[in-house]
Design a protein around this ligand. Structure first.
Ligand code: NAD
Ligand code: WQD
Length: 337
């Protein structure tokens, strides 16, 4: 299939491009580069062994820009990564998050249907469960109260896409609820490249290890978890990327509506991650315990068996692979791209 990949220059999008080409698909990337660097696409092309990947520096809110892309390419489906994703920033700038994520998706979907392209895979998030009603989280678990506007954009967009599919069953809509993506391509050529101070745990750890930051602050050690620190379902980004290829196969089978948790099903604490990083990579990660971070929950991991049963997807990489590949990328690219 020929796939429109929105946000394809970003962290998850760039890794997904590689898995798409490996599976025999081709892609056209649209990205406004608001949180990414075009060097990522050059490196993806090198890894795949193509001269370049068709790329449009276009904002998904730009209807004419999208129309031009659909006029120039026959596109079978869209994998929709484009969006703003910084939780804290979304609290400061809610309008910008709703306008970019919701406005952009509404425009994208409208242009898609205008061109008869009614297949979409959407990057959703474990955040839609709020403080989850059950652990491990299944897709049956009710959605919860999100603690920030970013989370609400994901929750609302899920509803928008479900309603569109219900009204027009020609649509195939796959919502992938990612848990905590970490790691990098094993080549070390592409990886996570946050602007400024990282919000997420793994890029913070790698920046401490490489000497860019003094120490990791561990946000709370008094949670009701085995060691008191927060527990999450970390998933290697290459596994996550592969889930999109499986979702495309489901679309090829005319799946209609599908919602899947994409995680490993295993929960690791902050200190588990730090210890694994130190053990596998032989580097020091100084840390100190800080107060809890507002909005954090104690424990979040999924039951990924629905994705295995219906998509034939399951995670292959473990915690040691995640910490090894995150470090490999950071060490080779201490300043990012
Ligand atoms: P990322 O910021 O690296 O990638 C998103 C890309 O979208 C960036 O390249 C950015 O420039 C682009 N973009 C943003 N707004 C755009 C617009 N209006 N028009 C065109 N391009 C635009 O983020 P990522 O980690 O690769 O995440 C990809 C998707 O997965 C996002 O939708 C994110 O919300 C979702 N997600 C991420 C995580 C995570 O922890 N990384 C977890 C769950 C869900
Ligand atoms: C993981 C654990 C922190 C940083 C976020 C979004 C979620 C999704 C994934 C997009 C927690 C602890 C972290 C640090 C720490 N994104 N931590 N020190 O909060 O589970 O999820 O990213 O959809 O929506 O909320 O991920 O990596 O920020 O935190 O102790 O410097 O690490 O308290 O227990 P989180 P995270």
């Amino acid at each position: 299939m020929n796939i429109l990949v929105t946000g394809g220059a970003g962290f998850i999008g760039s890794h997904t491009l590689i898995e798409l080409y490996k599976a025999g698909h081709t892609a056209v990337v649209v990205d406004n580069l608001s949180n990414s660097n075009p060097v990522a696409l050059q490196r993806v092309a090198e890894i795949i062994g193509v001269t370049e990947i068709p790329f449009y520096r276009v904002d998904i809110r730009d209807r004419e820009g999208l129309e031009r892309i659909f006029a120039e390419h026959k596109l079978d489906a869209c994998i929709h990564f484009a969006g703003l994703k910084a939780v804290g920033e979304s609290v400061e700038k809610p309008w910008e998050y709703y306008e970019n994520n919701i406005g952009g998706t509404l425009t994208l979907v409208d242009v898609m249907r205008g061109h008869g392209c009614k297949n979409i895979i959407f990057s959703s998030s474990a955040t839609v469960y709020g403080d989850p009603a059950e652990i491990p989280i299944t897709e049956q678990c009710p959605k919860g109260q999100c603690t920030n506007p970013y989370g609400w954009t994901k929750s609302m967009l899920e509803q928008v896409l479900m309603d569109i599919q219900k009204a027009d069953p020609q649509w195939n809509v796959v919502l992938l609820r990612y848990f905590n993506p970490v790691g990098a391509h094993p080549s070390g050529r592409i990886g996570e490249n946050p602007n400024g101070i990282p919000n997420n745990l793994m890029p913070y750890i790698t920046q401490v290890a490489v000497g860019k930051r003094q120490e990791l602050g561990v946000f709370g050690n008094d949670y009701p978890t085995p060691d008191g620190t927060g527990v999450r379902d970390y998933i290697h980004v290459v596994d996550l990327a592969a889930a999109h290829v499986c979702a495309l196969q489901a679309i090829g089978r005319k799946c209609g509506m599908g919602i899947y948790n994409i995680g490993t099903g295993k929960g690791y604490s902050v200190l588990d991650m730090v210890k694994a990083f130190v053990k596998v990579n032989g580097v020091e990660v100084p840390y100190s315990i800080k107060p809890r971070r507002a909005g954090d929950i104690a424990t979040c991991y999924c039951n990924p068996s629905k994705a295995k049963a219906e998509l034939g997807w399951e995670a292959r990489y473990g915690i040691d692979d995640m910490v090894r590949d995150s470090w490999h990328w950071q060490r080779q690219n201490p300043e990012g791209y």
